[in-house]
Write a protein that binds this ligand. Sequence first.
Ligand code: AMP
Ligand code: MG
Length: 351
Amino acid sequence: MKTEIIEINSGNIDISKIRYASQVLKDGGLVAFPTETVYGLGANALNKEAVERIFIAKGRPSDNPLIVHVADKRSVEKLVSHIPNKASILMDKFWPGPLTLVMDKLPIIPEVITAGLDTVAIRVPSHPIALALIREAELPVAAPSANVSGKPSPTDSRHVINDLNGKVDVIIDGGFSDIGVESTVVDMVLDPPMLLRPGGITVEQLEDVLGQIQIDPTLVKKNLDDIIIPRSPGMKYKHYAPKADVIIVEGDPEKIAVRINEMVKEYEGKDIKVGILATDETVHLYPESLAVSLGSRLSPGTIAANLFKALRDFDKTDVQMIFAESVDSSGIGLAIMNRMKKAAGYNIIKI
Ligand code: AMP
Ligand code: MG
């Protein structure tokens, strides 16, 4: 299949290009597009065959449900049987934005989207290109992250081209995704609502509005073996994994550096090529040629924005083992550490 790559400037959107891409969606095609979290791979959510093509293009397991993207709160009414009051409050507060709400679905949503669940996950993205595309298509758009299943999510069109060129109809090149980690997923069928995936909207922000939320127990489990039947099926899959193995070192930043340097010596002694994911505060503590900084610990949003790109950049090198410093897990840090732990297959050293 020939993939068309269409460049669109998010600050000055060429509506004729949006119209073209939205027609591809209406015709049952696949369009990758930028969102504020990561790039999404979109299809008409009401067209079963189109949605099936997403799973094929990504190599995504069919029991991992998709998020449906809409242009506004009103569009949700046609997709769910009931909007809980707390969901309505969260929509008013955080949409458009990186928050996905799980609600009871109407039959119009094909089962292929929800992996047979009675619920559907919905969000309104804030990226101007994503919004323009969904508005113009006048459709709900099913869109998981636009990467080959298992790889780090794409935060730049080049990542999407690497993974999906020749497998999708259109890739919109619209620059970097600012947030860099996926949306927060909250199950609104339960009361108190339950966090299923940490993301761009933090637990602290949700609690400020709702008072109390529950955290899915699988999110606090340490080992993959402990995760048996998650409410959010995506949780059980290997995710965000670079080619190299990843080990997270958790503890006091200065001590982390000492421990990582010891391991660097040990692995290099065995002729294993190593890389280090560090922070601005610690990067100088490592051999310069090995370490990459994700940003300052004082600016966790920057660390989130750089994480997936850094993991993908290691794939272009011959590094076989990556040592990653853990960061504070408050705020957006919970999403950062959730993605890092999955990239590491829960391989964590505590010091
Ligand atoms: P991705 O599309 O790769 O960003 O992943 C979507 C995430 O949303 C996965 O973790 C899914 O398991 C989760 N999700 C989608 N639909 C539902 C649903 N109906 N109930 C629970 N989680 C869902
Ligand atoms: Mg994904």
